[in-house]
Design a protein around this ligand. Structure first.
Ligand SMILES: CC(C)(COP(=O)(O)OP(=O)(O)OC[C@H]1O[C@@H](n2cnc3c(N)ncnc32)[C@H](O)[C@@H]1OP(=O)(O)O)[C@@H](O)C(=O)NCCC(=O)NCCS
Length: 168
């Protein structure tokens, strides 16, 4: 069963991210995004009382032809190690994209595995024209609203919560 996180899920979400990534970095990013009020959507996968998957989307500063669009970044996402490759992550991504579309978001940016995200419609070519701290096959974008990223130029600025050096 997949649904939005509840306040009493927060410790279990941290434990899941720690287990999936083997460290604290993603847990700290999630804490800072919560603290800064940037969480747009946080979904969990449950099996009985256990949280077996999590995906977070947070507000991102994306401009296209100098117009700010309603964009989010997908990060992090995690599935508990002994339940990976069973479709849980895919269900989290697909429900997340559907809810964000319903709620009027226009685009999603992800920095992630180039073999995983294109199946959901993410494209490195679409992200390539956006000035950003990242480039290459792992930096991908998806339009929730057709044409949202169709300008001549654009830029992505990550919030401080991600601790990314912005070269701009
Ligand atoms: C990446 C991850 C969220 C995918 O969730 P999932 O439920 O395992 O994925 P699904 O079952 O929907 O899809 C399976 C696909 O994911 C890929 N995958 C599974 N585990 C993976 C891993 N540790 N790293 C990268 N890709 C992985 C599989 O190769 C499979 O691809 P295929 O369909 O081409 O064979 C999950 O494996 C995970 O938590 N990994 C560790 C943390 C991580 O890397 N998070 C993503 C940061 S961008």
């Amino acid at each position: 069963m997949i649904g939005e996180e509840r306040p009493d899920d927060i410790a279990a979400i941290a434990a899941l991210n720690r287990a999936a990534f083997g460290g604290e970095e993603e847990v700290e990013i999630i804490d800072r995004l919560r603290r800064d009020g940037l969480v747009a959507l946080s979904l969990v996968g449950r099996d009985a009382d256990a949280i077996i998957g999590h995906i977070l989307f947070s507000d991102l500063d994306v401009t296209v032809d100098r117009r700010r669009i309603r964009a989010v970044t997908l990060a992090p996402m995690a599935v508990v190690p002994d339940r990976q490759s069973a479709g849980i992550g895919s269900r989290l991504v697909r429900l997340g994209l559907a809810l964000l579309t319903e709620r009027g978001y226009e685009a999603v940016i992800v920095l992630g595995h180039p073999g995983y995200y294109p199946r959901f419609g993410f494209s490195a070519a679409l992200a390539a024209k956006l000035a950003a701290p990242f480039s290459g096959a792992a930096f991908m974008a998806l339009e929730l609203k057709p044409g949202a990223l169709a300008g001549t130029s654009g830029a992505v600025r990550y919030p401080r919560a991600f601790r990314i050096e912005d070269p701009a």
